[in-house]
Design a protein around this ligand. Sequence first.
Ligand SMILES: [Zn+2]
Ligand SMILES: [Zn+2]
Length: 291
Amino acid sequence: MVERGRGDLHAHTTASDGIHTPAEVVRKAHEAGLATVAITDHDTVAGVNEALIQGEQLGIRVLAGIEVSTHADGGEIHVLGYLTDNGNVQWLNRLESLRGVRGDRNGMIVDKLRALGVSIAWSDVEAVAMERQQAGGAKGKSIGRPHIAEALIRKGVVSTMGEAFDRFLAAGAAAYVEMPKIHPAEAVRWIHDAGGVAVIAHPGLYGKDGLIEELIAGGADGIEVYHPDHGQAEEERYYAIARRYGIVATGGSDFHGERLGVSYHGALGSRYAPIGAVSAIMELAKERREA
Ligand SMILES: [Zn+2]
Ligand SMILES: [Zn+2]
């Protein structure tokens, strides 16, 4: 298979915490001259269909993707999945269980705050989230601790975000709730069970190269070598690891959108996969489906 043009294999949409709709992200990728863009929202494939339809209309390849949140050795690890069968009910149920856990966690934090005597209701947190969504134009963005922090400021309980986190919300603080998450090796297995290709996202952000190599030995298909938060040293180190294990080296911008003309993480196409990566992912997925 001849592969032409650049592929940005890491982009978020309004299906998770991106600013632009899936169709908008695909249009922007097309405008940026990309040949391929992967839609990789956090713990959901809800944006994929809209992106696929837009991609077909514009003649740009859209890879169905996801970025699964996992936990290992006291830190968060992200696992990218490509070309999973999104009609697979077990896969969809597993993803839903991950998202359900997150929703419950926010409620548990609010319960803990109330138990501490703080006058705050779930509706206060929702009000903040709703305003933020309207201000930023982002729909479907999940509620998180920053929204709770802002509600605490509005209630006059604390005066800054920093104080909200220090006193209540940070790991180990009074209202902190540990988020039960799956291990990255389990995310790799889930992605494989759904016929997809599993890639360890931005390994340079974890400081856990031993774990990365364990995950590769355990069956991860690739690592994200090119990412806006990787410097040249990380790119070289992870490219060497990919070569050593004979796995796919990928790359992407981790695009979340622009606000006031400024991209947070990277601009679409600012990081991209090496030539051959997209074909390799498609080949692997094909083998896995046929197995
Ligand atoms: Zn990530
Ligand atoms: Zn991401």
